[in-house]
Design a protein around this ligand. Structure first.
Ligand code: SAM
Ligand code: SF4
Length: 445
């Protein structure tokens, strides 16, 4: 039985979907042990900071955040988790301000660890959490009422030379199929409409002879009215089998996020990405050919698949000519969306030893050039939506008071409708009447 204690906790999450999902599990675990979540930082007894170390800018947020917390709520215990937990240099810098450095994979030991910093011996709830071998077994307290992030595993084996994730999260470890399917089935039963499978590298999923494509098929077979997304796919593991599965399963959304990181073979090699740009471009063509105009759950006009990417500018030694190849890639791939990043040296990675010799101004210039190409390709792609009837999953209302949501192709849609009440998490049919570079406008059908 759940026992109460009168302590409150607050969680600040920085970074990716995986961190967001970890925070949902952390929150559920604490509530299972009698703590209460608060949205007010100044009234919390425990303040968790779920950190990101992917770029220096994310790391720097911690250095600004902690003094602010100390001023506002000096008695709160500060607990640091996430990507920065194992970084000795970070520890040295803020050791005195942090009460507990807590790796999220130790979630089942959190109660014990808190007892050490906290004078009270709060009541444990061992009935709920008797299994102590894998933190992903904890049922999360999901933030949204209709959209759920489902981690299918944790960690990364790829060691891209610029990336801190394999050091921060350790080696890949995947959850058993049964556990994943049960979690999704339970959520669909209570009305969840969007299931997003997440891992650093979803398509290297493997568990008792089930690969990611098999897993997607099993999720697709779950009865109910919902759609499936997944991030992130690695180009080296994007098999024909997986592309065919995406093309044929009617609940899988027509949006593929396929990070290229660079358009130049020399840079890709230095990044340790393990594919060539020719391989990557062939994948894009295959995906466009196979996955466009696919039949989707509820009837709507058929849509071209949308493709997005991540790309780093200013990797050590990236010449202007090599950057031109990234521009060429952007023009050829005709992305719908891209997350561009200026290279940020990360302590402990292989690239950290290389000279960060592309200046800040030049990185900014390169990033802007890519964003200008992206705006054009996204705008041209969106023009194909004009007059189309599309299915939209409603997410809420925007600042102008219009309902908004997303298509299966991950396009933002503003719905011009003020009279009818639409529920968050509802699938609705919309006719597109206006298109922009990163958004669409439509009316209810
Ligand atoms: N696993 C995914 C993949 O292989 O594409 C990416 C995960 S990583 C946490 C998210 C993105 O952050 C990367 O795709 C990359 O573009 C960016 N990133 C990672 N390390 C970076 C660095 N040192 N500097 C700039 N951007 C970086
Ligand atoms: Fe980082 Fe590369 Fe792993 Fe992605 S695949 S998390 S970029 S090491």
């Amino acid at each position: 039985m759940k026992k109460e204690n009168n302590k409150k906790f607050y969680i600040k999450t920085i970074g990716c979907q995986m961190n967001k999902s970890d925070s949902e599990r952390l929150s559920a675990f604490l509530e299972g042990n009698g703590y209460k979540e608060t949205s007010k930082r100044n009234e919390a007894d425990l303040i968790f900071i779920n950190t990101c170390g992917v770029r220096q800018s994310a790391e720097d947020r911690i250095y600004g955040l902690i003094p602010g917390i100390k001023r506002e709520n000096p008695n709160a215990k500060i607990i640091l988790t996430g990507c920065l937990v194992n970084r000795t240099d970070v520890r040295r810098r803020i050791e005195g301000s942090v009460d507990l450095w807590f790796p999220i994979v130790d979630l089942f030991n959190l109660d014990k660890e808190l007892n050490k910093i906290w004078d009270i011996n709060f009541n444990k709830n061992d009935d709920n959490f008797s299994c102590r071998d894998d933190y992903l077994k904890v049922s999360p307290k999901i933030d949204s009422s209709f959209s759920a992030l489902i981690p299918i595993g944790n960690g990364c084996n790829n060691f891209c030379s610029y990336c801190v994730v394999p050091y921060a999260r350790g080696r890949e470890k995947y959850r058993p199929v049964k556990e994943i399917i049960k979690e999704i089935r339970d959520l669909v039963k209570i009305g969840y409409k969007e299931i997003t499978l997440i891992a650093q590298n979803v398509n290297s999923y493997s568990s008792s002879s089930t690969d990611f494509s098999d897993l997607l098929k099993k999720v697709n077979d779950i009865e109910g009215n919902f759609w499936i997304r997944f991030i992130t796919s690695h180009p080296k593991d994007m098999s024909d089998k997986l592309i065919n599965t995406i093309a044929t399963c009617e609940k899988i959304c027509s949006h593929i996020h396929l990070p290229a990181q660079s358009g130049d073979n020399k840079i890709l090699e230095a990044m340790n990405r393990k594919y060539t740009i020719e391989h990557y471009k062939k994948l894009i063509l295959k995906i466009r050919k196979k996955c466009s105009l696919k039949k989707f759950i509820l009837q709507e006009d058929l849509l071209p698949v949308s493709i997005s990417t991540d790309l780093i500018v200013g990797f050590p030694g990236e010449t202007k000519k090599q950057f031109e190849n990234s521009k060429k890639l952007f023009k050829e791939a005709k992305y719908d969306l891209a997350y561009t990043a200026q290279y940020s040296p990360r302590y402990g990675t292989t690239a950290y030893k290389l000279e960060d010799n592309v200046g800040k101004k030049e990185k900014e210039r390169r990033e802007n050039e890519l964003l200008n190409i992206l705006k054009k390709t996204a705008e041209t792609n969106n023009e194909k939506y004009l007059g189309k009837r599309v299915l939209v999953l409603v997410e809420g209302k925007n600042k102008k008071g219009f309902y908004n949501g997303k298509t299966c192709t991950y396009k933002n849609v503003n719905i011009i409708e003020n009279n009818k009440k639409i529920e968050k998490g509802e699938f609705i049919m919309v006719k597109i009447i206006k298109t922009m570079d990163f958004g669409l406008e439509g009316v209810l059908i």
